[in-house]
Design a protein around this ligand. Structure first.
Ligand SMILES: Nc1ncnc2c1ncn2[C@@H]1O[C@H](COP(=O)(O)OP(=O)(O)O)[C@@H](O)[C@H]1O
Ligand SMILES: [Mg+2]
Length: 293
């Protein structure tokens, strides 16, 4: 199989096959939306840390916003990396935690407009780490986030939820609120370890709480075509999940940590870099799959 790094990252005219073994395609520029909302809600989920959930939430959010989609991203990790990565401060402001607890009733009060057009966020900070303890005795504790998001859904085309690395009550809330789930997988040893448990959790949520939830796709991240190892892992992932694996593959590059430090999406930090092109391709692929309007 011929693999070409520049093609992987940029989605340019493909020589032969893409990294997932399918012909490389460039997805067409989607039509301009005539109206907005209601939002499709997508949870970015993997109980393993460091696989690209937050990076994907930031950059998919930014590239969908570039395409004129109204995007709300939810920081659902007490670490607050999503908020930091978009340059949003989280100290002494209403956060998702206040909405979950009901101390702030109207989600609009917690929405922050980022510096990027069409891209809004509800931030989080370390307070959120207390949420599971506080909510454990609530009635219908798994559907709290769904009820919060319902109030703002009409104003957005897509809502992306950046989950924390666990399968606890917060993640169950995110899955219960979602129409779709996107699973980032790092092309590294043990990438698949734990995925069975994640799939099982999604199935349970589908069974008991949210029959509408769909797997929108598995996204291979941190792919390095120069290493046999990365290619072998991706082959295994495709063998296991078939067409659920998105054609877009995100390459490994230090531009991502650099952009995080700058508190900006990659598309602002390095707009022409292959990494920006890769997330633009991901946005178009998800629109073409119908995961986003
Ligand atoms: N494609 C990539 N190439 C190189 N580094 C990446 C890539 N995607 C993410 N990173 C870096 O890896 C670390 C973990 O990514 P992150 O998105 O925070 O993962 P998660 O949210 O799943 O814990 C961050 O420092 C991030 O900048
Ligand atoms: Mg994260």
């Amino acid at each position: 199989m011929h693999r070409d790094d520049s093609a992987v990252l940029s989605g340019m005219e493909a020589p032969v096959k893409g990294p997932t073994g399918r012909p490389l395609r460039t997805f067409a520029e989607p039509p301009v939306l005539k109206g907005h909302g209601p939002a499709r809600i997508i949870s970015l989920c993997n109980q393993k840390g460091g696989v690209g959930k937050t990076t994907t939430t930031i950059n998919l959010g930014a590239t969908l916003a570039e395409l004129g989609r109204r995007v709300l991203v939810i920081d659902f990790d007490p670490q607050g990396a999503l908020s930091a990565g978009l340059g949003v401060q989280t100290h002494d402001v209403p956060t998702i935690y206040d909405l979950l607890l009901g101390t702030v009733k109207n989600p609009v009060e917690a929405i922050v407009h980022t510096n990027y057009p069409n891209l809004d966020i509800i931030p989080a900070n370390i307070d959120l780490s207390a949420a599971e303890v506080h909510l454990v005795n609530e009635v219908a504790r798994e559907t709290i986030l769904a009820r919060v998001l319902r109030k703002v859904s009409d104003q957005y085309d897509v809502i992306l939820i950046d989950c924390q690395p666990s399968l606890g009550l917060l993640t169950v809330n995110a899955l219960t609120a979602a129409h779709g789930v996107l699973i980032p997988l790092e092309c590294e040893f043990f990438a698949l370890r734990g995925v069975a448990l994640l799939v099982e959790t999604i199935e349970k949520v589908k069974d008991r709480l949210n029959s509408a939830i769909e797997l929108d796709g598995i996204l291979a991240t941190m792919y390095d075509s120069r290493t046999l190892h990365s290619r072998e892992v991706l082959d295994r992932v495709v063998e296991t999940f078939g067409d659920s694996v998105l054609e877009t593959v995100i390459g490994r590059t230090v531009k991502f940590p650099d952009a995080s430090v700058a508190g900006a999406p990659i598309t602002s930090f390095a707009p022409e870099h292959a990494a920006s092109q890769a997330y633009r391709q991901l946005a178009r692929e998800l629109i073409s799959r119908g995961a986003v309007a």
